[in-house]
Design a protein around this ligand. Structure first.
Ligand code: NAP
Length: 448
């Protein structure tokens, strides 16, 4: 990027200056801005109206204290936050993350990515993200409930089905969404189903929402393989993580004829060349909330390791589905050397910029998270649609809609990449297609 007045380089320098100490946010902004120079050349109005600068500044950020009592009666203090980044296309929409690493930089990177991801779905949703530095791991259900109630007691005033609609993310699943929804309902005296997505199926949740992000990432990878004249059928696949996204990516890969031979958690990874048993994975992770090592204790053909990385396992398809910056330059080089054909990001920004560069140079297909994992938020938008119309769709119909959406997102990214002279570069395609939609809406709505 070269520096001229109002150039991308100048805008990026300003983002660095205004947001010190936020490396993840810087990384996410840089990755988008690097794609935008040709867009600004074709759309000088966007430069005059300073659309890029405005997109980089959240519309609103809230941060609050969350006090609650643990089971021993001791007072615990956490920090909660919500970044309402951009509402040009609809109410702010994006998950809540409960993890000890949560800070402003991480929430802003996630919220920034969310703007473009949500635009790519074609659904009427803006971008936001939130969370807390609370660790649900090892906490009792009663402790998680008290934390969620305290968190929502502060956050509720910023939410609403037409204002801001959170969902889950790392550490926030159906249990947490239930406690959060209950508290919102108690405080507001409104059964406002559309204020949160990822709800239980018995009380306003949508079929396929649990599966959507993982299913969508696998479908996206399959589209990338189709562009290369092949498919998931018969492929050896490695998935990182063993949470919500990872488990359902495993399930969909299997339905598409692939074999997932490895997955992980933050302690280590398991390998089973015969293919992972997804029902056992669900039992261990969703019901027992145990570590992934337990899988190897129960399956004789599986091994567990805490040395090396899940990316050392040779595969043709890689689906990083754990967390940000989990796949670095050396992991990318190992995957490329081992003959990996495509990488589709189930997680948000799991690949470092140097890792993505390795894939580009090696000709490994690379599907960025804002496109490849958009199935979750797209299905959240379908949940909002059902809540608004007091309707309930079948699993089959909802999954059909999800598959159509993922195929369409892939097509949009691929076509935009071609239009901007970079065929096959889905990063450029996703960034430009997402940006153009948000920019056009911002411009239409005037200066704010
Ligand atoms: P989750 O159910 O909490 O699972 C997260 C998984 O990643 C767990 O296996 C966890 O292992 C592992 N993990 C977390 N931090 C890690 C670290 N520092 N190193 C290695 N492994 C780590 O969360 P999730 O909903 O699947 O989300 C996973 C990723 O997908 C995140 O990047 C999230 O933002 C993104 N995403 C999620 C959705 C969605 O619908 N859920 C939608 C779009 C994007 P431990 O149990 O050991 O912590």
């Amino acid at each position: 990027m070269s520096a001229t007045p109002h150039s991308i380089e100048t805008i990026y320098a300003d983002v660095l200056r205004r947001n010190p100490g936020q490396p993840e946010f810087h990384q996410a902004v840089r990755e988008v801005l690097e794609s935008l120079t040709p867009v600004l050349e074709r759309n000088p109005d966007y430069v005059d109206h300073r659309i890029v600068e405005r997109i980089c500044e959240p519309e609103r950020q809230v941060m609050f204290r969350v006090c609650w009592q643990d089971d021993s009666g001791a007072v615990q203090i956490n920090r909660g936050m919500r970044v309402e980044f951009n509402s040009a296309l609809g109410p702010y929409k994006g998950g809540l993350r409960f993890h000890p690493s949560v800070n402003v930089s991480i929430v802003k990177f996630l919220g920034f990515e969310q703007i473009f991801k949500n635009a790519l779905t074609g659904m009427p949703i803006g971008g936001g993200k939130g969370g807390a530095d609370f660790d649900p791991k090892g906490r009792s259900d009663a402790e998680v409930m008290r934390f969620c109630q305290a968190f929502m007691t502060e956050l509720y005033r910023h939410l609403g089905e037409y204002t801001d609609v959170p969902a889950g993310d790392i550490g926030v699943g159906e249990r947490e969404i239930g406690f959060l929804f209950g508290q919102y309902k108690r405080i507001t005296n409104r059964y406002e189903s559309g204020v949160l997505t990822g709800k239980g199926l018995d009380w306003g949740g949508a079929q396929v929402r649990t599966e959507a992000t993982g299913y969508g990432a696998a479908v996206f990878a399959n589209e990338m393989l189709a562009d290369r004249g092949t498919s998931m059928d018969g492929k050896q696949v490695v998935v990182s993580g063993s949470g919500n996204v990872a488990i359902y990516a495993v399930e969909k890969v299997q339905q598409l004829g692939g074999t997932v031979i490895a997955c992980s958690d933050s302690n280590g990874y398991i390998v089973d060349e015969k293919g992972l048993d997804v029902e056992l994975l669900k039992q261990i992770k969703e019901r027992e909330r145990a570590r992934i090592s337990v899988y190897a204790d129960r399956v004789s053909t599986a091994s567990y390791s805490e040395s090396g990385s899940v990316w050392d396992v040779p595969c043709q398809v890689a689906l990083p589905s754990a967390t940000q910056n989990e796949l670095d330059e050396s992991a990318a080089a190992t995957l490329a050397k081992n003959g990996c054909l495509v990488v589709a990001e189930g997680a948000n920004m799991p690949t470092t910029p140097a890792g993505a560069a390795v894939f580009r140079e090696a000709g490994v297909g690379f599907g960025p998270g804002k496109a490849a994992n958009a199935g979750g938020v797209a299905t959240s938008a379908l949940e909002m649609q059902q809540n608004a119309s007091r309707d309930r769709w079948t699993f089959e119909y909802t999954e059909h809609r999800l598959t159509e959406l993922m195929v369409d997102i892939h097509r949009r990214c691929a076509e935009t990449a071609i239009e901007y002279g970079q065929p096959g570069n889905l990063v450029v395609g996703a960034n430009i297609a997402g940006f153009m939609q948000v920019a056009s809406a911002m411009d239409a709505q005037g200066l704010m």
